[in-house]
Design a protein around this ligand. Structure first.
Ligand SMILES: *Cc1c(COP(=O)(O)O)cnc(C)c1O
Length: 421
C-alpha cells in the first residue's frame, strides 16, 4: 500500500525542524517555508512560526557545546550539528562582580559574544541563514552589512562551500574590512550610508542578476533573525534555567532585541524556565538613535536619521524592526536610551578595566546605557541584570586611546628611574 506523504514528511519541511510556516507579523497571514520575507497582502515582515515537540533541559544539556544544542527550537534540520557550519554560540556569561560593585549593583553579568568564531554575535544569525540557503539551493551568499555581518558571511561561506559577495558602506573600520575580505569572497564598498547599501541590495534582489543569491538579512531574513533567540536560551541556561530580571540589548535594525524577547517567551511557554517578569532595555548611540527618540517622545513611528557615531555596527538610520522594539520595551516595562560617543569610549574602558572584557563600540553603547539608566533610576540596581557585549574591541581599535605606559632602555636602572615601580 502506498504511503501518502504528509506535509511534514517532505524534505523541505524536514529541513526546518520544528518550524511550521512563515507568518506575517502584522496580519498573521501564513506562508510555506520559502525564501520570502514580506507579506503579499500588507507588506508586513514575515517570521518563522513553530510547532514544537517536547524539548527538555536534559536534552539541551546533552547536546553540542554551541547553538545546535537548541536545534529543537530553531528552523534547522535535526542533523544540523553534522553539517559544515561555523557552530557559534555558548559564549561566556561573565559574572561581573567588579563592574557591579563600581556601579552599585547587586548582580550583573556580561554576555560576551565577542567569543564567537568571527568575534561578533552575527555568527549566530548567519548560521541559520546558511542552513536555509543550503535547503533552498542558493549558491551565493550575500548581505548588506555595517561590518560584522560581512565577516560572518565571508567565514561561513568559506566553511560551507558557498560563493560570497557582501556589500558594506565605504569608510568602515579596517578591522571589519580585513575580517570580511580574508576569507576570499568579494567585498564591495558602496559610496553611501548603510541605508543606501540596503536599498541597493533590495534592487539587486529584484533583478535577474541577483535571482539565485541568498541575502542573509533580506530574502533569508526570517530564518536569519531566529538565530538571535539563541542568546536568550543561553543566558537562561547559564543563569541556571532562570530569566534575568533586566537585560540591556544594542539596537541596529532591532531584530536581535525582538528575538531575545521571543526566545524568553518560548522558554516560558515550554516550561523550561519559571514564568517571571523580565524587562528589556534597548541601547543606541546618540548619533544614531531613532528608536530611543521615538521612545522618549511616545511615538509608534520611527523617524529615520542620518547616522553619525563611532558605533558603526549599530549605525542603521532606518531600523526595520524599530516599531517592534518599542512594543517589546514598553510591554516588558523596559526603556530605550542612548549615549554619546564620549560615554561609549569611557564605557569600553570601564568594562575592560573592571572585567577584562574588550568590547567593540556596541558593547560601549550597552554598558553606557546601563550606567545612564542606573543614574536615572530607570534600572533597579538590586535586580539580576545582564548586559550584552556583541562584538570585539580588536575590530574597532581606533575608538579607544590606549598604548604603552612608557618606553625605556632595557636596563633595571632605567625601569627604576621611570617611577613605574
Ligand atoms: C548587528 C549587530 C547588532 C544588532 O543587530 P540588529 O540588527 O539590531 O539585530 C549588535 N551588535 C553588533 C556588534 C552587531 O554587529
Amino acid at each position: 500500500m502506498a504511503i501518502t506523504a504528509t506535509e511534514t514528511d517532505t524534505p523541505a519541511a524536514r529541513s526546518f525542524g520544528p518550524a511550521a510556516a512563515l507568518s506575517c507579523r502584522e496580519c498573521g497571514e501564513r506562508y510555506d517555508l520559502a525564501p520570502r520575507f514580506a507579506c503579499e497582502f500588507c507588506f508586513g515582515p514575515l517570521e518563522v512560526a513553530y510547532e514544537f515537540g517536547e524539548v527538555t533541559r536534559e536534552a539541551i544539556q546533552s547536546g553540542p557545546n554551541n547553538i545546535w544544542r537548541y536545534a529543537g527550537l530553531l528552523p534547522v534540520p535535526g542533523n544540523v550539528a553534522d553539517l559544515p557550519n561555523m557552530n557559534p554560540g555558548l559564549t561566556p556569561l561573565v559574572r561581573a562582580d567588579r563592574l557591579a560593585a563600581e556601579l552599585g549593583m547587586r548582580s550583573l553579568h556580561v554576555k560576551d559574544d565577542s567569543a564567537n568564531p568571527t568575534h561578533s554575535f552575527k555568527d549566530r544569525v548567519v548560521a541559520m541563514a546558511v542552513e536555509a540557503a543550503r535547503t533552498f539551493g542558493f549558491r551565493t551568499l550575500s548581505c548588506s552589512s555595517t561590518g560584522n555581518l560581512a565577516g560572518a558571511v565571508g567565514a561561513a561561506s568559506a566553511r560551507a562551500g558557498f560563493r560570497s559577495c557582501v556589500f558594506i558602506p565605504a569608510g568602515l573600520e579596517e578591522g571589519k574590512v580585513v575580517m570580511a575580505a580574508v576569507y576570499g569572497g568579494r567585498v564591495v564598498a558602496i559610496d553611501g550610508s548603510y541605508d543606501d547599501v540596503n536599498r541597493f541590495c533590495s534592487e539587486l534582489i529584484g533583478d535577474p542578476a541577483g535571482e539565485d543569491w541568498g541575502f542573509v538579512n533580506v530574502n533569508l531574513r526570517p530564518y536569519y533573525a531566529e538565530g538571535s533567540k539563541t542568546l536568550a536560551y543561553e543566558i537562561a541556561e547559564q543563569l541556571g534555567w532562570r530569566l534575568p530580571e533586566q537585560i540591556i540589548v544594542p539596537i541596529a535594525s532591532g531584530s536581535q532585541l525582538t528575538k531575545i524577547d521571543k526566545g524568553f517567551r518560548e522558554l516560558i511557554r515550554l516550561g523550561l524556565v519559571e514564568d517571571r517578569p523580565y524587562k528589556v532595555f534597548g541601547a543606541q548611540a546618540s548619533g544614531c538613535s531613532p528608536v530611543a527618540r521615538a521612545y522618549e517622545e511616545g511615538h509608534d513611528v520611527i523617524q529615520p536619521v542620518k547616522p553619525d557615531t563611532i558605533a558603526k555596527s549599530l549605525a542603521i538610520g532606518n531600523p526595520a524592526d524599530g516599531p517592534y522594539v518599542l512594543d517589546v520595551c514598553r510591554r516588558t516595562g523596559g526603556a530605550v536610551a542612548h549615549v554619546d560617543d564620549a560615554a561609549v569610549v569611557d564605557s569600553i574602558s570601564l568594562l575592560a578595566r573592571t572585567e577584562g572584557v574588550f568590547a567593540e563600540t556596541a558593547g560601549g553603547v550597552t554598558t553606557g546605557v546601563l550606567r545612564k539608566l542606573l543614574d536615572e533610576g530607570a534600572l533597579d540596581p538590586r535586580a539580576e541584570t545582564v548586559v550584552l557585549n556583541t562584538g570585539d574591541g580588536l575590530k574597532t581599535l581606533n575608538a579607544v586611546q590606549a598604548g604603552v605606559t612608557a618606553t625605556i632602555k632595557p636596563s633595571l636602572d632605567a625601569f627604576k628611574e621611570s617611577g613605574l615601580l
